[in-house]
Ligand binder design. Structure first.
Ligand code: PXL
Length: 282
């Protein structure tokens, strides 16, 4: 059985980061360890969450891990709250990557805007941090910020996408996946590129109109589970697009506050058989 470690915050309420990553990765039959970076009463789309930064705890945790000899088949980083954390987690990756893969979701913003608390300097530091990754998975907002491009929404031509993906791999990771792309009305998905082999691919699902929060964390968690199980990036992205689209579909009919995230829980059985049942939904 493979073991990964995911490095991101615990948002107690709102279905994102660890409350999404743990159930998804576990459902896929991969052991999920955690390095929590902060404790928030909710994610930052709710006003004024109570925040307890855990940066000071990280060195003691990783020192203990060294002493007990724990190793990981993959490291998955998500929302990190400060520039200091980027430096500390950079060191953690150097110490613990071994032969495993490093998967970086540079969580910073969406819909053309940074999330609360992030600055242009953080964006520059995150762009450097991405060089530590084997795979990076920004959404279009995060990609535009890191590449200093203007954000023009989610509709791009294939040649635009190829250009953005090539720019992303120049940040230093071999592979990049751009999420939240739409090439035609009614379809939404992800585009991937391997800077070493030159392989480019597009995985699209049906688009449900509306804004859904936490979907980037769902997408990234499924990718990590699939990669840990040995899928190639394209297969992993296909499973992740299918599962994210299905979770959104289940949420669209619910009359609930959208800030509480999407209903991925009732879609989890689709992942427990290796994602095979997602194939026929495309
Ligand atoms: O879903 C990304 C995310 C993770 N963690 C925290 C957030 C957000 C997005 O807003 O605020 C704390």
């Amino acid at each position: 059985m493979k073991r990964i470690v995911t490095v991101q915050d615990i948002s107690c309420v709102g279905r994102c980061s660890l409350t999404v990553a743990l159930p998804i990765i576990s459902a896929m039959g991969v052991e999920a360890s955690v390095l929590p970076t902060a404790l928030l009463s909710s994610h930052t789309l709710f006003p004024d969450p109570a925040i307890c930064d855990l940066t000071q705890q990280i060195p003691a945790i990783t020192r203990h891990w060294k002493s007990i000899g724990v190793t990981f088949d993959g490291i998955y980083t998500g929302y990190l709250g400060s520039m200091e954390q980027l430096d500390i987690i950079s060191g953690f990756i150097d110490e613990f990557r071994g032969d495993g893969f490093v998967f970086i979701d540079p969580v910073m913003g969406d819909h053309g805007r940074l999330y609360a608390g992030f600055t242009p300097e953080y964006v520059r530091r995150m762009a450097c941090f991405c060089s530590k990754g084997d795979v990076i998975v920004p959404n279009i907002t995060e990609a535009c910020l890191m590449l200093e491009m203007e954000y023009i929404g989610d509709s791009y031509t294939e040649s635009d996408l190829r250009q953005i993906l090539a720019g992303l791999t120049r940040l230093g990771a071999d592979k990049a996946v751009l999420t939240g792309v739409s090439m035609e009305p009614g379809r939404l998905g992800a585009a991937g590129y391997d800077g070493k082999s030159g392989e480019y691919f597009l995985c699209m699902g049906d688009r449900v109109e509306g804004t859904f929060h936490g979907t980037g964390d769902i997408f990234a968690s499924v990718c990590v589970g699939a990669l840990a199980k040995g899928d190639c990036l394209r297969q992993a992205v296909e499973t992740a697009v299918g599962f994210t689209a299905e979770s959104i579909r289940r949420t669209a009919g619910e009359q609930r506050d959208r800030r509480f995230g999407v209903n991925f829980e009732q879609a989890l059985p689709l992942l427990t058989d290796g994602g095979n049942s997602l194939e026929f939904m495309k």
